[in-house]
Write a protein that binds this ligand. Sequence first.
Ligand code: SF4
Length: 109
Amino acid sequence: MTTHTPDNSRRRFIKLTAIGLATAPFANALLSGTAGAAEMVSETDPQATALGYKADATKAEKRTDATAMCSSCNFYSGKAGEASGPCAIFQGKLVSANGWCTAWAKKPA
Ligand code: SF4
């Protein structure tokens, strides 16, 4: 025999509320489409400074190859045509497709 005493209802309510609160951030991220959205690497980031990263490759003083930029780098995994993408060197952050740093390595054809 199942009884729905006020105590059972309160327990159920507390359980559902706890589950809802625990999953709300994930549901929000999925619905907004920004799950895992990474931030752009700043030129003033210590690692970026050490590697001479510039969001605009033409402003990188050490760059000698005019065709070298993040979009043609082996460490870049952004999609063609997009303004930015992930870089294996700056893990968890995005670099400009038109950027450059001293770690640049030509992407194999
Ligand atoms: S390693 Fe390559 S993709 Fe990453 S910042 Fe340097 S040039 Fe750009």
